[in-house]
Design a protein around this ligand. Structure first.
Ligand SMILES: CC(=O)N[C@H]1[C@@H](OP(=O)(O)OP(=O)(O)OC[C@H]2O[C@@H](n3ccc(=O)[nH]c3=O)[C@H](O)[C@@H]2O)O[C@H](CO)[C@@H](O)[C@@H]1O[C@H](C)C(=O)N[C@@H](C)C(=O)N[C@H](CCC(=O)O)C(=O)O
Ligand SMILES: Nc1ncnc2c1ncn2[C@@H]1O[C@H](COP(=O)(O)OP(=O)(O)OP(=O)(O)O)[C@@H](O)[C@H]1O
Ligand SMILES: N[C@H](CCC[C@H](N)C(=O)O)C(=O)O
Ligand SMILES: [Mg+2]
Length: 476
Protein backbone atom coordinates (compact mmCIF):
# COMPACT_ATOMS: atom_id res chain seq x y z
CA UNK A 1 0.00 0.00 0.00
CA UNK A 2 1.22 3.51 -0.78
CA UNK A 3 2.41 5.50 2.22
CA UNK A 4 0.03 8.39 1.43
CA UNK A 5 -2.98 6.05 1.56
CA UNK A 6 -1.73 4.37 4.67
CA UNK A 7 -1.35 7.75 6.37
CA UNK A 8 -4.83 8.85 5.35
CA UNK A 9 -3.43 11.44 2.92
CA UNK A 10 -1.11 13.15 5.41
CA UNK A 11 2.25 12.04 3.97
CA UNK A 12 2.40 14.84 1.36
CA UNK A 13 4.78 14.50 -1.50
CA UNK A 14 6.68 11.66 0.18
CA UNK A 15 3.68 9.42 -0.09
CA UNK A 16 4.59 7.45 -3.18
CA UNK A 17 6.59 4.79 -1.39
CA UNK A 18 5.16 1.29 -1.16
CA UNK A 19 4.77 -0.01 2.37
CA UNK A 20 5.07 -3.78 2.82
CA UNK A 21 4.03 -3.99 6.47
CA UNK A 22 4.06 -2.11 9.73
CA UNK A 23 5.24 -2.69 13.29
CA UNK A 24 6.01 -0.88 16.54
CA UNK A 25 8.86 -3.24 17.33
CA UNK A 26 12.19 -2.59 15.62
CA UNK A 27 13.06 -6.27 16.03
CA UNK A 28 10.16 -7.19 13.76
CA UNK A 29 10.97 -4.72 10.96
CA UNK A 30 11.39 -6.29 7.51
CA UNK A 31 12.50 -4.52 4.31
CA UNK A 32 9.81 -2.10 3.11
CA UNK A 33 8.12 -1.74 6.54
CA UNK A 34 6.90 1.37 8.31
CA UNK A 35 8.28 1.51 11.87
CA UNK A 36 6.11 3.19 14.52
CA UNK A 37 8.36 4.73 17.20
CA UNK A 38 6.07 4.75 20.25
CA UNK A 39 6.64 6.12 23.72
CA UNK A 40 6.60 3.17 26.15
CA UNK A 41 6.82 2.40 29.82
CA UNK A 42 10.49 1.41 29.69
CA UNK A 43 11.76 2.91 26.42
CA UNK A 44 11.01 5.63 23.95
CA UNK A 45 10.58 3.90 20.60
CA UNK A 46 12.48 6.72 18.87
CA UNK A 47 15.65 5.15 20.35
CA UNK A 48 15.17 2.27 17.93
CA UNK A 49 14.74 4.27 14.70
CA UNK A 50 18.35 3.71 13.49
CA UNK A 51 18.01 -0.03 14.15
CA UNK A 52 14.65 -0.12 12.32
CA UNK A 53 16.04 1.73 9.31
CA UNK A 54 19.07 -0.57 9.25
CA UNK A 55 16.64 -3.52 9.11
CA UNK A 56 14.90 -2.04 6.07
CA UNK A 57 12.26 0.39 7.40
CA UNK A 58 11.35 2.83 4.61
CA UNK A 59 9.17 5.15 6.69
CA UNK A 60 8.79 6.11 10.33
CA UNK A 61 5.81 7.22 12.40
CA UNK A 62 6.65 9.19 15.55
CA UNK A 63 5.16 11.62 18.04
CA UNK A 64 7.74 14.32 17.31
CA UNK A 65 9.94 15.40 14.51
CA UNK A 66 13.32 13.68 14.24
CA UNK A 67 15.94 12.91 11.65
CA UNK A 68 15.06 9.39 10.53
CA UNK A 69 16.78 9.44 7.14
CA UNK A 70 13.53 8.07 5.63
CA UNK A 71 10.11 9.71 5.20
CA UNK A 72 8.66 10.63 8.58
CA UNK A 73 5.04 10.99 9.61
CA UNK A 74 4.38 12.77 12.88
CA UNK A 75 1.20 12.75 14.89
CA UNK A 76 0.36 13.99 18.37
CA UNK A 77 -1.00 10.58 19.26
CA UNK A 78 1.22 8.13 17.37
CA UNK A 79 -0.38 5.04 18.97
CA UNK A 80 -3.74 6.14 17.59
CA UNK A 81 -2.17 6.88 14.16
CA UNK A 82 -0.67 3.38 14.14
CA UNK A 83 -4.05 1.77 14.92
CA UNK A 84 -5.69 3.69 12.11
CA UNK A 85 -2.89 2.88 9.69
CA UNK A 86 -3.17 -0.81 10.59
CA UNK A 87 -6.91 -0.64 9.85
CA UNK A 88 -6.22 0.88 6.42
CA UNK A 89 -3.44 -1.60 5.73
CA UNK A 90 -5.49 -4.71 6.50
CA UNK A 91 -8.69 -3.14 5.04
CA UNK A 92 -11.50 -5.38 6.29
CA UNK A 93 -13.08 -6.34 9.59
CA UNK A 94 -16.26 -8.27 10.54
CA UNK A 95 -19.35 -6.09 9.95
CA UNK A 96 -20.42 -6.17 13.58
CA UNK A 97 -17.72 -5.77 16.21
CA UNK A 98 -18.67 -5.52 19.89
CA UNK A 99 -16.15 -4.51 22.56
CA UNK A 100 -16.54 -5.49 26.21
CA UNK A 101 -14.65 -3.68 28.96
CA UNK A 102 -14.58 -3.82 32.77
CA UNK A 103 -12.35 -5.40 35.42
CA UNK A 104 -14.15 -8.75 35.50
CA UNK A 105 -16.45 -10.64 33.16
CA UNK A 106 -15.03 -9.68 29.75
CA UNK A 107 -13.80 -13.13 28.67
CA UNK A 108 -17.02 -14.77 29.87
CA UNK A 109 -19.29 -12.30 28.06
CA UNK A 110 -17.52 -12.51 24.70
CA UNK A 111 -17.49 -16.31 25.06
CA UNK A 112 -21.27 -16.36 25.70
CA UNK A 113 -22.09 -13.79 23.02
CA UNK A 114 -20.31 -15.84 20.35
CA UNK A 115 -22.42 -18.85 21.32
CA UNK A 116 -25.69 -16.87 21.22
CA UNK A 117 -24.79 -15.55 17.77
CA UNK A 118 -23.75 -19.02 16.58
CA UNK A 119 -27.09 -20.46 17.76
CA UNK A 120 -28.79 -17.88 15.51
CA UNK A 121 -26.82 -19.23 12.55
CA UNK A 122 -24.38 -16.31 12.50
CA UNK A 123 -20.72 -16.92 11.62
CA UNK A 124 -19.29 -15.40 14.79
CA UNK A 125 -15.99 -15.24 16.66
CA UNK A 126 -14.71 -14.04 20.02
CA UNK A 127 -11.27 -12.72 20.87
CA UNK A 128 -9.56 -12.01 24.17
CA UNK A 129 -7.67 -13.57 27.08
CA UNK A 130 -8.73 -17.04 25.93
CA UNK A 131 -7.45 -16.43 22.39
CA UNK A 132 -9.64 -16.49 19.30
CA UNK A 133 -12.60 -18.85 18.99
CA UNK A 134 -14.51 -19.34 15.76
CA UNK A 135 -16.89 -22.03 14.58
CA UNK A 136 -13.84 -23.82 13.17
CA UNK A 137 -11.79 -23.97 16.33
CA UNK A 138 -9.80 -22.29 19.02
CA UNK A 139 -6.48 -20.44 18.63
CA UNK A 140 -4.68 -19.40 21.83
CA UNK A 141 -3.35 -15.85 22.13
CA UNK A 142 -1.20 -14.00 24.62
CA UNK A 143 -2.66 -10.56 25.34
CA UNK A 144 -6.31 -9.83 26.22
CA UNK A 145 -6.38 -7.07 23.60
CA UNK A 146 -3.64 -7.65 20.99
CA UNK A 147 -1.50 -4.78 19.71
CA UNK A 148 -3.22 -2.85 16.91
CA UNK A 149 -1.27 -4.42 14.06
CA UNK A 150 -2.01 -7.96 15.23
CA UNK A 151 -5.60 -6.99 16.04
CA UNK A 152 -6.35 -5.50 12.62
CA UNK A 153 -4.58 -8.40 10.89
CA UNK A 154 -6.74 -10.84 12.85
CA UNK A 155 -9.95 -8.86 12.24
CA UNK A 156 -9.26 -8.87 8.50
CA UNK A 157 -8.46 -12.60 8.49
CA UNK A 158 -11.72 -13.34 10.29
CA UNK A 159 -13.72 -11.15 7.89
CA UNK A 160 -12.04 -12.86 4.93
CA UNK A 161 -13.08 -16.21 6.42
CA UNK A 162 -16.71 -15.07 6.40
CA UNK A 163 -17.00 -14.09 10.08
CA UNK A 164 -19.60 -11.32 10.27
CA UNK A 165 -19.79 -10.86 14.06
CA UNK A 166 -16.87 -10.46 16.45
CA UNK A 167 -17.05 -9.99 20.23
CA UNK A 168 -13.77 -8.83 21.72
CA UNK A 169 -12.32 -7.81 25.05
CA UNK A 170 -11.12 -4.25 25.52
CA UNK A 171 -8.58 -4.30 28.36
CA UNK A 172 -7.69 -1.06 30.09
CA UNK A 173 -4.13 -1.38 28.74
CA UNK A 174 -5.60 -1.89 25.28
CA UNK A 175 -7.83 1.16 25.54
CA UNK A 176 -5.12 3.38 27.07
CA UNK A 177 -2.65 2.30 24.39
CA UNK A 178 -5.16 2.86 21.57
CA UNK A 179 -4.98 -0.76 20.43
CA UNK A 180 -8.67 -0.70 19.38
CA UNK A 181 -8.69 2.74 17.77
CA UNK A 182 -8.72 1.38 14.22
CA UNK A 183 -11.84 -0.75 14.62
CA UNK A 184 -15.36 0.26 13.60
CA UNK A 185 -17.45 -0.75 16.61
CA UNK A 186 -21.16 -1.52 16.69
CA UNK A 187 -21.70 -1.67 20.46
CA UNK A 188 -19.84 -1.53 23.75
CA UNK A 189 -20.37 -3.15 27.13
CA UNK A 190 -19.20 -2.13 30.61
CA UNK A 191 -19.29 -4.75 33.37
CA UNK A 192 -17.72 -3.34 36.53
CA UNK A 193 -14.62 -1.66 37.85
CA UNK A 194 -12.63 -2.72 40.88
CA UNK A 195 -9.07 -2.95 42.10
CA UNK A 196 -6.68 -4.18 39.38
CA UNK A 197 -3.68 -3.00 37.40
CA UNK A 198 -2.90 -0.15 39.78
CA UNK A 199 0.74 -0.87 38.97
CA UNK A 200 0.06 0.44 35.44
CA UNK A 201 -2.67 3.04 35.98
CA UNK A 202 -1.69 5.79 38.40
CA UNK A 203 -5.05 5.78 40.25
CA UNK A 204 -8.57 4.34 40.14
CA UNK A 205 -9.63 7.55 38.32
CA UNK A 206 -6.95 6.97 35.67
CA UNK A 207 -8.11 3.34 35.35
CA UNK A 208 -11.74 4.46 34.99
CA UNK A 209 -10.67 7.05 32.44
CA UNK A 210 -9.03 4.35 30.30
CA UNK A 211 -12.19 2.24 30.44
CA UNK A 212 -14.42 5.20 29.56
CA UNK A 213 -12.47 5.88 26.35
CA UNK A 214 -14.50 3.09 24.80
CA UNK A 215 -17.67 5.09 25.33
CA UNK A 216 -16.40 8.67 25.17
CA UNK A 217 -14.15 8.24 22.11
CA UNK A 218 -14.44 4.95 20.27
CA UNK A 219 -18.11 4.11 19.77
CA UNK A 220 -19.94 6.00 17.02
CA UNK A 221 -22.89 8.25 17.95
CA UNK A 222 -26.13 6.34 18.42
CA UNK A 223 -24.39 3.00 19.13
CA UNK A 224 -25.67 1.01 22.10
CA UNK A 225 -23.68 1.29 25.33
CA UNK A 226 -24.69 -1.78 27.33
CA UNK A 227 -23.94 -1.14 31.00
CA UNK A 228 -24.31 -3.21 34.15
CA UNK A 229 -26.76 -1.33 36.36
CA UNK A 230 -25.54 -3.14 39.48
CA UNK A 231 -22.00 -1.85 39.12
CA UNK A 232 -20.80 0.96 41.38
CA UNK A 233 -19.33 2.84 38.41
CA UNK A 234 -22.14 2.04 35.97
CA UNK A 235 -23.81 5.43 36.40
CA UNK A 236 -20.54 7.30 35.70
CA UNK A 237 -19.96 5.31 32.52
CA UNK A 238 -23.60 5.79 31.48
CA UNK A 239 -23.16 9.56 31.93
CA UNK A 240 -20.07 9.54 29.70
CA UNK A 241 -21.89 7.44 27.14
CA UNK A 242 -24.90 9.80 27.04
CA UNK A 243 -22.60 12.81 26.67
CA UNK A 244 -21.05 11.07 23.67
CA UNK A 245 -24.49 10.58 22.10
CA UNK A 246 -24.67 6.81 22.69
CA UNK A 247 -27.85 4.86 23.40
CA UNK A 248 -27.56 3.66 26.98
CA UNK A 249 -29.01 0.22 27.70
CA UNK A 250 -28.73 -1.20 31.21
CA UNK A 251 -28.87 -4.80 32.42
CA UNK A 252 -28.59 -6.50 35.77
CA UNK A 253 -30.62 -7.29 38.83
CA UNK A 254 -31.64 -3.62 38.74
CA UNK A 255 -31.36 -3.23 34.95
CA UNK A 256 -33.78 -0.76 33.34
CA UNK A 257 -33.80 -2.58 29.99
CA UNK A 258 -33.00 -6.17 30.91
CA UNK A 259 -33.62 -7.23 34.51
CA UNK A 260 -33.23 -10.69 35.98
CA UNK A 261 -33.41 -12.58 39.23
CA UNK A 262 -32.19 -15.98 40.26
CA UNK A 263 -35.12 -18.17 41.26
CA UNK A 264 -33.25 -21.32 42.24
CA UNK A 265 -29.68 -22.54 42.05
CA UNK A 266 -28.04 -25.94 42.38
CA UNK A 267 -24.63 -27.43 41.62
CA UNK A 268 -25.49 -27.86 37.92
CA UNK A 269 -27.01 -24.48 37.19
CA UNK A 270 -29.72 -22.00 38.02
CA UNK A 271 -33.22 -20.91 37.03
CA UNK A 272 -33.47 -17.26 35.97
CA UNK A 273 -36.45 -15.02 35.45
CA UNK A 274 -35.72 -12.40 32.82
CA UNK A 275 -37.71 -9.23 32.12
CA UNK A 276 -36.90 -7.66 28.77
CA UNK A 277 -38.87 -5.51 26.33
CA UNK A 278 -42.00 -5.79 28.45
CA UNK A 279 -41.96 -9.59 28.46
CA UNK A 280 -41.06 -12.03 31.23
CA UNK A 281 -39.37 -15.36 30.57
CA UNK A 282 -37.85 -18.20 32.57
CA UNK A 283 -34.66 -19.94 31.58
CA UNK A 284 -32.51 -22.68 33.07
CA UNK A 285 -28.88 -21.54 32.78
CA UNK A 286 -26.53 -24.55 32.92
CA UNK A 287 -23.85 -22.55 34.78
CA UNK A 288 -23.16 -22.04 38.46
CA UNK A 289 -22.76 -18.76 40.33
CA UNK A 290 -24.36 -15.33 40.51
CA UNK A 291 -21.66 -13.63 38.45
CA UNK A 292 -22.10 -16.14 35.63
CA UNK A 293 -25.82 -15.27 35.49
CA UNK A 294 -24.87 -11.59 35.30
CA UNK A 295 -22.41 -12.25 32.46
CA UNK A 296 -24.91 -14.39 30.55
CA UNK A 297 -27.49 -11.60 30.85
CA UNK A 298 -24.90 -9.11 29.54
CA UNK A 299 -24.36 -11.30 26.47
CA UNK A 300 -28.13 -11.74 26.02
CA UNK A 301 -28.58 -7.94 26.18
CA UNK A 302 -25.83 -7.33 23.62
CA UNK A 303 -27.27 -9.91 21.25
CA UNK A 304 -30.83 -8.60 21.45
CA UNK A 305 -29.88 -4.92 21.30
CA UNK A 306 -28.10 -5.66 18.02
CA UNK A 307 -29.81 -8.03 15.65
CA UNK A 308 -30.62 -11.33 17.35
CA UNK A 309 -34.20 -12.34 18.09
CA UNK A 310 -35.17 -12.49 21.74
CA UNK A 311 -36.61 -15.98 21.64
CA UNK A 312 -33.55 -17.50 19.97
CA UNK A 313 -31.25 -15.72 22.40
CA UNK A 314 -33.22 -17.08 25.37
CA UNK A 315 -32.99 -20.59 23.98
CA UNK A 316 -29.25 -20.12 23.48
CA UNK A 317 -28.83 -19.20 27.16
CA UNK A 318 -30.19 -22.61 28.10
CA UNK A 319 -27.46 -24.27 26.02
CA UNK A 320 -24.45 -22.12 27.01
CA UNK A 321 -21.10 -23.76 27.65
CA UNK A 322 -19.05 -22.07 30.36
CA UNK A 323 -15.82 -20.30 29.53
CA UNK A 324 -12.78 -22.46 30.34
CA UNK A 325 -11.55 -21.81 33.89
CA UNK A 326 -14.45 -19.61 34.94
CA UNK A 327 -16.13 -21.38 37.88
CA UNK A 328 -15.56 -24.57 35.97
CA UNK A 329 -16.52 -27.85 37.68
CA UNK A 330 -13.36 -29.87 38.38
CA UNK A 331 -14.89 -32.99 39.89
CA UNK A 332 -17.30 -34.32 42.45
CA UNK A 333 -16.74 -37.16 44.89
CA UNK A 334 -17.77 -38.26 48.35
CA UNK A 335 -20.56 -35.65 48.32
CA UNK A 336 -18.06 -32.82 47.82
CA UNK A 337 -17.33 -30.71 44.74
CA UNK A 338 -14.40 -28.71 43.36
CA UNK A 339 -14.31 -25.72 41.01
CA UNK A 340 -11.49 -23.83 39.37
CA UNK A 341 -11.82 -20.11 38.73
CA UNK A 342 -9.74 -17.28 37.25
CA UNK A 343 -10.26 -14.94 40.22
CA UNK A 344 -6.97 -13.05 40.44
CA UNK A 345 -8.34 -9.73 41.68
CA UNK A 346 -9.96 -8.94 45.05
CA UNK A 347 -13.49 -8.45 43.71
CA UNK A 348 -13.23 -11.55 41.51
CA UNK A 349 -12.21 -13.61 44.55
CA UNK A 350 -15.12 -12.17 46.50
CA UNK A 351 -17.48 -12.92 43.59
CA UNK A 352 -16.21 -16.48 43.21
CA UNK A 353 -16.50 -17.40 46.90
CA UNK A 354 -19.87 -15.66 47.21
CA UNK A 355 -21.09 -17.41 44.07
CA UNK A 356 -20.41 -20.81 45.61
CA UNK A 357 -21.84 -20.08 49.05
CA UNK A 358 -25.50 -20.76 48.18
CA UNK A 359 -24.43 -24.15 46.79
CA UNK A 360 -23.09 -25.60 49.99
CA UNK A 361 -24.38 -26.46 53.38
CA UNK A 362 -20.80 -27.30 54.26
CA UNK A 363 -17.49 -25.46 54.10
CA UNK A 364 -15.66 -23.64 51.32
CA UNK A 365 -11.94 -24.35 51.14
CA UNK A 366 -10.22 -21.69 49.00
CA UNK A 367 -6.79 -22.15 47.43
CA UNK A 368 -5.30 -18.97 45.99
CA UNK A 369 -2.19 -16.84 45.52
CA UNK A 370 -1.14 -13.68 43.68
CA UNK A 371 0.93 -13.21 40.54
CA UNK A 372 4.42 -11.72 40.72
CA UNK A 373 5.41 -8.55 38.80
CA UNK A 374 1.83 -7.37 39.16
CA UNK A 375 0.01 -4.88 41.38
CA UNK A 376 1.27 -5.60 44.92
CA UNK A 377 -1.51 -3.67 46.62
CA UNK A 378 -4.04 -6.37 45.82
CA UNK A 379 -2.23 -9.08 47.79
CA UNK A 380 -3.29 -8.06 51.30
CA UNK A 381 -6.82 -7.27 50.11
CA UNK A 382 -7.15 -10.75 48.60
CA UNK A 383 -5.79 -12.29 51.82
CA UNK A 384 -8.43 -10.48 53.85
CA UNK A 385 -11.27 -11.45 51.52
CA UNK A 386 -10.28 -15.13 51.42
CA UNK A 387 -9.96 -15.29 55.21
CA UNK A 388 -13.30 -13.56 55.79
CA UNK A 389 -15.41 -15.38 53.23
CA UNK A 390 -14.01 -18.92 53.19
CA UNK A 391 -14.01 -21.50 55.95
CA UNK A 392 -10.44 -22.53 55.14
CA UNK A 393 -7.98 -20.38 53.15
CA UNK A 394 -4.85 -21.97 51.70
CA UNK A 395 -2.26 -19.50 50.41
CA UNK A 396 -0.14 -20.86 47.57
CA UNK A 397 1.85 -19.68 44.54
CA UNK A 398 0.21 -18.27 41.43
CA UNK A 399 2.70 -17.14 38.75
CA UNK A 400 5.66 -15.80 40.78
CA UNK A 401 7.35 -14.55 37.58
CA UNK A 402 10.57 -12.77 38.59
CA UNK A 403 9.56 -12.19 42.22
CA UNK A 404 10.43 -14.27 45.28
CA UNK A 405 7.37 -16.53 45.70
CA UNK A 406 7.77 -16.73 49.50
CA UNK A 407 7.75 -12.93 49.74
CA UNK A 408 4.49 -12.76 47.76
CA UNK A 409 2.91 -15.33 50.05
CA UNK A 410 4.12 -13.41 53.11
CA UNK A 411 2.34 -10.26 51.87
CA UNK A 412 -0.88 -12.24 51.52
CA UNK A 413 -0.47 -14.16 54.79
CA UNK A 414 0.01 -10.90 56.73
CA UNK A 415 -3.65 -10.12 56.01
CA UNK A 416 -5.03 -13.66 56.03
CA UNK A 417 -5.53 -14.75 59.65
CA UNK A 418 -5.80 -18.53 59.99
CA UNK A 419 -4.52 -19.01 56.44
CA UNK A 420 -2.51 -22.16 55.74
CA UNK A 421 0.62 -21.49 53.69
CA UNK A 422 1.64 -24.18 51.16
CA UNK A 423 3.87 -22.78 48.43
CA UNK A 424 3.76 -25.75 46.08
CA UNK A 425 0.52 -25.36 44.16
CA UNK A 426 -0.02 -29.08 43.57
CA UNK A 427 0.43 -29.87 47.27
CA UNK A 428 -1.90 -27.00 48.19
CA UNK A 429 -4.63 -28.36 45.91
CA UNK A 430 -4.19 -31.94 47.13
CA UNK A 431 -4.35 -30.73 50.74
CA UNK A 432 -7.52 -28.70 50.07
CA UNK A 433 -9.24 -31.65 48.43
CA UNK A 434 -8.19 -34.03 51.22
CA UNK A 435 -9.98 -31.77 53.72
CA UNK A 436 -13.33 -32.03 51.93
CA UNK A 437 -16.24 -33.71 53.67
CA UNK A 438 -19.78 -34.33 52.47
CA UNK A 439 -21.32 -31.02 51.25
CA UNK A 440 -18.00 -29.09 51.12
CA UNK A 441 -16.61 -27.23 48.11
CA UNK A 442 -13.00 -26.56 47.10
CA UNK A 443 -12.37 -23.38 45.09
CA UNK A 444 -9.03 -23.29 43.28
CA UNK A 445 -8.64 -19.66 42.30
CA UNK A 446 -6.31 -17.50 40.23
CA UNK A 447 -5.17 -19.46 37.21
CA UNK A 448 -8.38 -20.69 35.59
CA UNK A 449 -7.64 -21.79 32.01
CA UNK A 450 -3.86 -21.28 32.27
CA UNK A 451 -1.80 -24.35 31.47
CA UNK A 452 1.55 -23.18 32.79
CA UNK A 453 3.05 -21.64 35.90
CA UNK A 454 5.46 -18.78 35.22
CA UNK A 455 8.51 -19.05 37.47
CA UNK A 456 11.34 -16.68 36.58
CA UNK A 457 11.36 -16.64 32.81
CA UNK A 458 10.25 -20.27 32.54
CA UNK A 459 6.73 -21.55 31.97
CA UNK A 460 6.36 -24.87 33.79
CA UNK A 461 3.42 -27.04 32.70
CA UNK A 462 0.68 -26.77 35.31
CA UNK A 463 -3.05 -27.13 34.92
CA UNK A 464 -5.40 -26.51 37.87
CA UNK A 465 -8.19 -28.45 36.16
CA UNK A 466 -6.33 -31.73 35.79
CA UNK A 467 -4.49 -31.49 39.13
CA UNK A 468 -7.78 -30.80 40.93
CA UNK A 469 -9.64 -33.45 38.92
CA UNK A 470 -7.06 -36.10 39.84
CA UNK A 471 -7.14 -35.14 43.50
CA UNK A 472 -10.96 -35.35 43.47
CA UNK A 473 -10.84 -38.81 41.90
CA UNK A 474 -8.60 -39.97 44.71
CA UNK A 475 -11.06 -38.66 47.34
CA UNK A 476 -13.17 -41.36 48.92
C1 LIG B 1 2.71 -2.62 30.09
C2 LIG B 1 2.31 -2.69 28.66
O1 LIG B 1 1.16 -2.72 28.34
N1 LIG B 1 3.31 -2.73 27.78
C3 LIG B 1 3.01 -2.65 26.35
C4 LIG B 1 3.81 -1.49 25.81
O2 LIG B 1 5.13 -1.80 26.07
P1 LIG B 1 6.08 -0.76 26.74
O3 LIG B 1 5.39 0.54 26.88
O4 LIG B 1 6.64 -1.37 28.00
O5 LIG B 1 7.21 -0.74 25.67
P2 LIG B 1 8.72 -0.40 25.92
O6 LIG B 1 9.46 -1.64 26.23
O7 LIG B 1 8.81 0.76 26.85
O8 LIG B 1 9.15 0.07 24.45
C5 LIG B 1 8.57 1.22 23.81
C6 LIG B 1 8.41 0.88 22.36
O9 LIG B 1 9.68 0.52 21.83
C7 LIG B 1 9.57 -0.70 21.11
N2 LIG B 1 10.84 -1.42 21.15
C8 LIG B 1 11.33 -1.91 22.31
C9 LIG B 1 12.53 -2.61 22.33
C10 LIG B 1 13.24 -2.78 21.11
O10 LIG B 1 14.32 -3.38 21.02
N3 LIG B 1 12.71 -2.26 19.97
C11 LIG B 1 11.53 -1.59 19.96
O11 LIG B 1 11.07 -1.16 18.91
C12 LIG B 1 8.42 -1.45 21.76
O12 LIG B 1 7.82 -2.37 20.86
C13 LIG B 1 7.47 -0.30 22.13
O13 LIG B 1 6.60 -0.02 21.04
O14 LIG B 1 3.63 -1.36 24.42
C14 LIG B 1 4.01 -2.54 23.69
C15 LIG B 1 3.83 -2.30 22.20
O15 LIG B 1 3.00 -1.27 21.91
C16 LIG B 1 3.16 -3.72 24.17
O16 LIG B 1 3.51 -4.88 23.46
C17 LIG B 1 3.40 -3.93 25.65
O17 LIG B 1 2.57 -4.98 26.14
C18 LIG B 1 3.28 -5.98 26.87
C19 LIG B 1 3.68 -7.11 25.93
C20 LIG B 1 2.40 -6.56 28.00
O18 LIG B 1 2.75 -7.53 28.63
N4 LIG B 1 1.27 -5.98 28.28
C21 LIG B 1 0.32 -6.50 29.30
C22 LIG B 1 0.59 -5.95 30.70
C23 LIG B 1 -1.06 -6.10 28.85
O19 LIG B 1 -1.22 -5.30 27.92
N5 LIG B 1 -2.08 -6.64 29.49
C24 LIG B 1 -3.43 -6.30 29.14
C25 LIG B 1 -4.38 -6.48 30.29
C26 LIG B 1 -4.69 -7.87 30.73
C27 LIG B 1 -5.75 -7.90 31.81
O20 LIG B 1 -6.74 -7.15 31.74
O21 LIG B 1 -5.59 -8.65 32.76
C28 LIG B 1 -3.84 -7.11 27.89
O22 LIG B 1 -4.63 -6.55 27.08
O23 LIG B 1 -3.41 -8.24 27.75
N1 LIG C 1 -19.56 -10.06 36.45
C1 LIG C 1 -18.61 -10.36 37.34
N2 LIG C 1 -18.56 -9.74 38.54
C2 LIG C 1 -17.61 -10.03 39.44
N3 LIG C 1 -16.64 -10.95 39.22
C3 LIG C 1 -16.64 -11.60 38.05
C4 LIG C 1 -17.61 -11.33 37.05
N4 LIG C 1 -17.35 -12.09 35.98
C5 LIG C 1 -16.25 -12.80 36.28
N5 LIG C 1 -15.82 -12.53 37.54
C6 LIG C 1 -14.61 -13.05 38.21
O1 LIG C 1 -13.51 -12.69 37.37
C7 LIG C 1 -12.83 -13.84 36.90
C8 LIG C 1 -12.40 -13.62 35.48
O2 LIG C 1 -13.56 -13.61 34.66
P1 LIG C 1 -13.40 -13.26 33.13
O3 LIG C 1 -12.24 -13.99 32.61
O4 LIG C 1 -14.70 -13.43 32.46
O5 LIG C 1 -13.06 -11.70 33.26
P2 LIG C 1 -12.05 -10.78 32.45
O6 LIG C 1 -12.60 -9.40 32.62
O7 LIG C 1 -11.90 -11.26 31.08
O8 LIG C 1 -10.69 -10.93 33.23
P3 LIG C 1 -9.17 -10.61 32.66
O9 LIG C 1 -9.05 -9.13 32.73
O10 LIG C 1 -8.31 -11.29 33.63
O11 LIG C 1 -9.07 -11.15 31.30
C9 LIG C 1 -13.81 -14.98 37.05
O12 LIG C 1 -13.12 -16.18 37.13
C10 LIG C 1 -14.54 -14.57 38.33
O13 LIG C 1 -13.79 -14.88 39.46
N1 LIG D 1 -3.86 -10.82 32.36
C1 LIG D 1 -3.55 -10.90 33.76
C2 LIG D 1 -3.69 -12.31 34.19
C3 LIG D 1 -3.29 -12.60 35.62
C4 LIG D 1 -3.42 -14.07 35.95
C5 LIG D 1 -2.88 -14.48 37.26
N2 LIG D 1 -2.77 -15.89 37.25
C6 LIG D 1 -1.53 -13.83 37.54
O1 LIG D 1 -0.54 -14.35 37.08
O2 LIG D 1 -1.51 -12.81 38.25
C7 LIG D 1 -2.15 -10.37 34.01
O3 LIG D 1 -1.25 -10.75 33.28
O4 LIG D 1 -2.01 -9.56 34.89
MG1 LIG E 1 -10.29 -11.62 29.94
Amino acid sequence: MKLSRLAGGSAGELGDIDIAGLTADSREVRPGFLFAALPGVRHDGTEFVPQAVASGAVAVLAGRSLDAGVPLITGQDPRRCLARMAARFYRSQPETVVAVTGTNGKSSIVWFLRQIWAAAGINAACLGTLGVTTRNGHYPGSLTTPDPVALQRRAAALANDGVTHLALEASSHGLAQRRLDGLRLAAGCFTNLSHDHLDYHSSVEDYLEAKSRLFAELLPKGAPAVICADSEHGATIAGRAREAGLRVVTYGRSGADVAYRVLEADLDGQHLEIDAAGERARVRLPLVGAFQAENAIAAFTLATVLDSGRRGALAALAGLTGAPGRLQPAGRSAGAAAFIDYAHTPEALRAAITALRPHTAGRIVTVFGCGGDRDRAKRAVMGRIAAELSDVAIVTDDNPRTEDAAAIRAEIMAACPGGIEIGDRRRAIVRAVSMLRQGDIALIAGKGHETGQIVGDQVLPFDDLSVTGEAMEALT
